[in-house]
Design a protein around this ligand. Structure first.
Ligand SMILES: O=C(O)C1=C[C@@H](OP(=O)(O)O)[C@@H](O)[C@H](O)C1
Ligand SMILES: C=C(OP(=O)(O)O)C(=O)O
Length: 429
């Protein structure tokens, strides 16, 4: 089900004590990559994928480009296009999902014809200029219909390969996109990154998945060297748990009781850093790596300095924790957090202020002085991470908070409110 077909929902959350354990949902980032890489390959079987609005948008896009994808309850079976996607019969709607749009743009550049991508109102505001430019530099034809770097976007093959330079400051998804599809270009490709590569762990996840599928990329993270004529096959791949989704449940434990999140084993996900941040803030955190379970217990929290260059998706969670911590938290290196489903630096500032927080928005960060939160009517901006972070804030606030667009949790964590209730949160939908 795509988000724009869902009914609007308000979530009411009251101050609560939470206690118990939940399963981290499967990783959204790994699932997207498994679907696209599987679709470009021959045959793949993906166990335990995340089935959410965003990953189903990727399934739809890859099917439109010719992949046969059998969606079962806990498994995806893919008969891929072996490097040669077909030209879709219709426009591809990537809905709310930046990863779908960006990863599938390069895939479409391998087709002998034109593919048109669009998305919902949020996605049509998110920048794609550097990827559009890079695809043109590599011999495809690619343009925004409004010539402003935004979707709708037309991509026409065929990708030739060659050398390209791309800025690292807006989205790592541009680089992930090229890395996944360039092995099927006519000749080899060299991608050079200019400036700091923001969100780098997501590129590491991409490289891990390419390798698992039998592909290879040589890199020092400034340059990526990719040979042509490669093949992919993810014979039997199991998706790991999602640390970004787990961060809300960990924060719930840190603010309102004790929560164990299972299905969290070692992986390349940058957002595993939430555990270090919680420890530094003073929460009790215990990670049993063998069992894959993380337990977080409430304690008095203190403010910290935190650079989120590698972990933009943690910002809403960190902002809520900081608003309840003693002293000052400085979130830095966060300019790229403005290019998400909404401008998350602005959204979380405005909404936490309604709850009484002392929070100052900087061009590339936030300064938050902790205190007490109170009930309020807050906006979710159709943004799953803003909604989930505000719900956690509600556990620690006096009174009740009402959060609009609560249905957007279906983007990455469809069972979010059920899990919150399971650990004792007072939630009404
Ligand atoms: O590639 C991915 O799976 C993602 C990369 C990150 O985006 P940026 O690279 O645009 O920062 C992250 O914010 C997003 O939720 C998922
Ligand atoms: C930004 C996100 O995802 P995407 O870029 O795929 O829309 C997210 O999940 O926070």
């Amino acid at each position: 089900m795509l988000p724009h077909t869902l009914n609007k929902m308000i979530a009411k959350v009251k101050k609560s004590e939470v206690w118990g354990s939940v399963e981290a949902p499967p990783s959204k980032s790994y699932t997207h990559r498994a679907i696209v890489i599987g679709s470009l390959g021959q045959y793949s079987r993906i166990e335990g994928p995340l089935l959410s609005a965003d990953t189903l948008a990727t399934v739809g896009a890859c099917r439109a480009m010719g992949a046969e994808i059998n969606v079962k309850d806990r498994e995806l079976e893919i008969a891929g296009v072996i490097g040669r996607p077909k030209v879709p019969d219709d426009v591809i709607n990537a809905a709310n999902s930046g990863t779908t749009l960006r990863l599938c743009m390069s895939m479409a550049s391998l087709a002998e014809g034109a593919t048109v991508f669009t998305g919902d109102a949020s996605l049509r505001k998110r920048p794609n200029g550097p990827l559009i430019q890079a695809l043109n530099d590599l011999g495809a034809i690619c343009y925004s219909t409004r010539f402003n770097g935004l979707a709708p976007i037309v991509v026409q093959g065929v990708l030739q390969g060659g050398e390209v330079t791309i800025g690292g400051g807006i989205s790592s998804q541009f680089i992930s996109s090229l890395l996944i599809s360039c092995p099927f270009a006519k000749r080899g490709t060299v991608i050079k990154v200019e400036g700091e590569l923001k969100s780098r762990p997501y590129v590491e996840v991409t490289l891990e998945m390419i390798e698992k599928a039998g592909g290879s990329v040589a890199t020092d993270f400034r340059e990526f060297h990719i040979e042509s004529d490669q093949e992919y096959s993810l014979k039997s791949y199991r998706v790991p748990g999602d640390f970004s989704s787990a961060s809300y449940m960990m924060a719930a434990g840190a603010l309102a009781g004790k929560v164990t999140v299972n299905n969290l084993f070692e992986s390349r996900q940058g957002d595993a850093a939430i555990m270090e941040h919680l420890l530094e803030m003073g929460a009790n955190v215990y990670w049993d790596r063998e069992k894959g379970s993380v337990t977080v217990e409430q304690a008095e929290l203190k403010g910290i300095d935190v650079d989120v260059g590698k972990t933009p998706d943690l910002v809403p969670t960190l902002a809520v924790l900081a608003a309840c911590a003693k002293g000052k938290t400085h979130i830095t290196n966060a300019a790229h957090v403005r290019y998400k489903e909404t401008d998350r630096l602005h959204a979380i500032t405005v909404e936490l202020k309604k709850m009484g927080a002392d929070i100052v928005e900087e061009p590339d960060g936030l300064v938050i002085t902790g205190g007490k939160l109170k009930g309020a009517s807050v906006e979710g901006y159709d943004d799953h991470r803003i909604v989930m972070a505000l719900a956690v804030a509600g556990l620690a606030a006096s009174g009740t908070i009402s959060i609009s667009t609560a249905e957007s949790v279906s983007i990455s964590y469809p069972g979010f409110f059920d899990d919150l209730k399971r650990i004792g949160a007072k939630v009404e939908l």
